[in-house]
Design a binder for this molecule. Structure first.
Ligand code: TXA
Ligand code: MG
Length: 329
């Protein structure tokens, strides 16, 4: 398939140009687009054949459900059977933004969107390009991250293009994604909000709104968030998480690189240093980008600082430990 590229300035999205992409969604096509978290690979949530194409383009296992993206809070009623009070409060507090909410699926939403589960996951992005595209397409857009299954999620147009060129109808170039890791996924179908995937909206944020909340999913016995059980975020390079950076010595290896905060640049010695900036939010914004860059630079082994388990650090740790296959040194 021949892929068309459309460049859009996120500070003033050109609606006429985005209309072409919206028409493509309406016709059952695939459009990759930027969000504030990562690039997404979108199709009309209500078009079963179109959603099927997402799984093929990504090489995604068919038991891994998709998030439906909406442009306005009210549209959640097209997807969810019922919206509990606490879920409404979370939507008001964090939409548009990096929070995906799992609710009971409404009859009429194709089962393939949810990989057969009786739930549906919904997110309203804050990104101007994503929101305009969804609004113009007049539907909900089902979209996983726009990477080939198993690879780090793309946070730039170039990385999105690398995985999706020739597999989708249109790729929208809207620049870099500011957050850099995928949305927090919270299950609101039970008594207590349960975080199945950590992200920029933290457990503390959820507790501050609902008065309760906990981590679940892969932390519990049965994986409730099917995507979390697969190998994830793996570049070609071998990745090791560095738990104790103060006592870390770079092993004498050809083609090694260190990802860490600027204050640890000296630890890379004469090996390649990739800056994670100076804060957890800088690090989150760069992690996937740097893992992909390591491959582009021919790096064989990546050592990456494991941040503290708090705030945004929890999401970085989750993604990094998956890339490293759990190896911490
Ligand atoms: O930030 C994001 O969430 C990005 C952008 C494009 O919005 N999307 C994204 O989608 O990360 P994806 O498909 O790569 O990850 C969605 C995760 C998967 O782990 C999936 O298993 C889980 O959410 N998920 C989706 N729907 C679910 C449901 N109904 N029940 C449980 N888990 C669900
Ligand atoms: Mg993904």
């Amino acid at each position: 398939m021949k892929t068309t590229y459309i460049k859009i300035n996120p500070t003033a999205p050109d609606e006429a140009a985005l209309k072409e992409a919206a028409e493509c969604i309406k016709r059952g096509g695939l459009v990759a687009f930027p969000t504030e978290t990562v690039y997404g690979l979108g199709a009309d949530s209500f078009n079963e054949a179109a959603v099927k194409k997402i799984y093929i383009a990504k090489g995604r296992p068919s038991d891994n459900p998709l998030i439906s993206h909406i442009a306005h809070i009210d549209e959640v009623s097209r997807l969810a059977e019922f919206v509990p009070e606490d879920a409404k409060k979370l939507m008001e507090a964090y939409w548009g933004g990096p929070l995906t909410i799992i609710l009971k699926r409404k009859a009429g939403v194709p089962g393939i969107v949810s990989a057969g589960l009786d739930t549906v996951s919904v997110r309203m992005p804050s990104h101007s390009v994503a929101n305009t595209l969804i609004r113009l397409s007049g539907t909900a857009i089902a979209a996983p991250s726009a990477n080939l299954s198993g690879s780090p999620s793309p946070t730039t147009f170039e990385h999105c293009k690398k995985d999706m060129d020739g597999r989708v109808d249109i790729i929208i170039d809207g620049g870099e994604c500011s957050i850099g890791v995928e949305s927090t996924v919270v299950d609101m179908t039970g008594e207590i909000p349960v975080i199945l995937r950590p992200g920029a909206v933290t457990l503390e944020d959820i507790i501050s709104v609902c008065g309760k909340g906990m981590f679940g999913g892969e932390y519990a016995d049965a994986p409730k968030c099917p995507g979390m059980k697969y190998v994830h975020y793996s570049p070609d390079a071998e990745v090791f998480a560095v738990g104790d950076i103060d006592n870390f010595e770079m092993p004498p290896e050809e083609g090694a690189a260190l990802i860490a905060y600027d204050k640890y640049a000296h630890k890379a010695k004469n090996y390649k240093f990739y800056s994670a900036g100076s804060s957890d939010s800088d690090y989150a914004a760069r992690l996937f980008y740097l893992l992909r860059k390591a491959d582009e630079d021919g790096i064989k082994t990546v050592y990456a600082l494991l941040p503290e388990n708090k705030g945004m650090g929890t999401a970085i740790r989750n993604r990094l430990l998956k890339s490293a296959g759990g190896r911490v040194i």
